[in-house]
Design a protein around this ligand. Structure first.
Ligand code: NAD
Length: 294
């Protein structure tokens, strides 16, 4: 009876206050996007440095808008004030919907998701921005799996129109509906997809990265491949895109996909991403990956 009551409430839920866990490339972008559409958010991370990075990302986007005359200084101040950076969970407890965007590691996500489920309202929705980890796997230790689903944004969040809403085995229709509504309120187009490692987009994107890696094994130069793909008409080539995504994140995604699809997504021997990861070269986020950033 109680569950039915919560479901009825969830179906019509309008997110008035959101929360993002992790203030990295994605967490910072998601917090900015929500705040810029008038929905304030708490943004939680584990270090003040990480919180500063997340806030700076939002400020950078807004400054660009102000320079181009697309954003007024008043709007900029309002958006910045609508993001509440925090090291503790207290403000997260007020959220109608939480987006988990911490590192792509099932063990870390498992702990974070259980922690946050314990403090949010019993009808609040919990989502994960995971790129590849199965939603059912992440739901395994949750007490309210019906209120959990994937909410997968793309990088950079303020520019990429798509959000994958991933329905787990136990996700309720109401949770899917409310998550789609939040994505729409954030100005995004949502597509509802079934659960499996990699979901939809990354089961197309990562085989492309795998092809890139195999070409490097054949002796190709990553700069040339990038040039060719730009000539083909894509906005950037695979090496640059991997630097934007984050070499560490791409490396973890490759692991999850290889485990999920041992034949189709098997790892390439001597993989360039693996080598960069082991050399702590994470791409744009720490200044060096395939390319070097000043
Ligand atoms: P990132 O490395 O930029 O940021 C991760 C953040 O999580 C860091 O700031 C870290 O301090 C924080 N963190 C770690 N443990 C935490 C904890 N216990 N509580 C709160 N914060 C914690 O990574 P990212 O690229 O933003 O990726 C985050 C998630 O989004 C991953 O699941 C990734 O797969 C997914 N994703 C990434 C991309 C991309 O292109 N980078 C695209 C879509 C989805």
């Amino acid at each position: 009876k109680k569950k039915a009551k919560i479901a009825a409430k969830t179906a019509t839920k309008q997110v008035k206050y959101g929360a993002v866990l992790g203030a990295g490339i994605m967490g910072g972008g998601i917090a900015y996007q929500s705040a810029s559409k008038g929905i304030p958010v708490a943004m939680k991370d584990i270090t003040t440095d990480a919180l500063d990075l997340g806030m700076n990302e939002a400020i950078k986007i807004l400054n660009k808008g102000v320079k181009l005359g697309k954003v007024t200084p008043e709007k900029m101040a309002k958006v910045v004030a609508s993001i509440n950076p925090t090291l503790d969970y207290a403000p997260v407890a007020n959220a109608d919907l939480v987006v988990e965007a911490v590192v792509e590691n099932p063990k870390v996500k498992d702990i974070v998701l259980q922690e946050v489920e314990g403090i949010i309202a019993e009808d609040a929705i919990l989502t994960s921005n995971t790129s590849t980890i199965s939603i059912d796997l992440l739901a395994k230790n949750l007490k309210r799996p019906e209120l959990f689903c994937g909410m997968h944004f793309f990088n950079p969040v303020h520019k990429m129109p798509l959000v994958e809403v991933i329905r787990g085995e136990k996700t309720s229709d109401e949770t899917v509906a409310a998550t789609v509504a939040y994505a729409t309120a954030m100005g995004k187009s949502a597509v509802v997809v079934k659960d499996c490692p990699g979901f939809y987009v990354n089961r197309v994107l990562f085989p492309y990265f795998r092809g890139f890696s195999a070409l490097l094994q054949d002796g190709a130069d990553f700069r040339q491949i990038d040039k060719v793909m730009a000539g083909f008409g894509w906005p950037m080539g695979p090496a640059y895109l991997l630097d934007v995504v984050g070499i560490d994140t791409a490396y973890h995604c490759t692991d999850v996909l290889a485990e999920g699809f041992p034949t189709r997504m098997a790892k390439v021997d001597g993989d360039a991403v693996e080598k960069l990861f082991k050399a702590d070269k994470y791409g744009q986020k720490n200044g060096s990956g395939f390319y070097t950033y000043g």
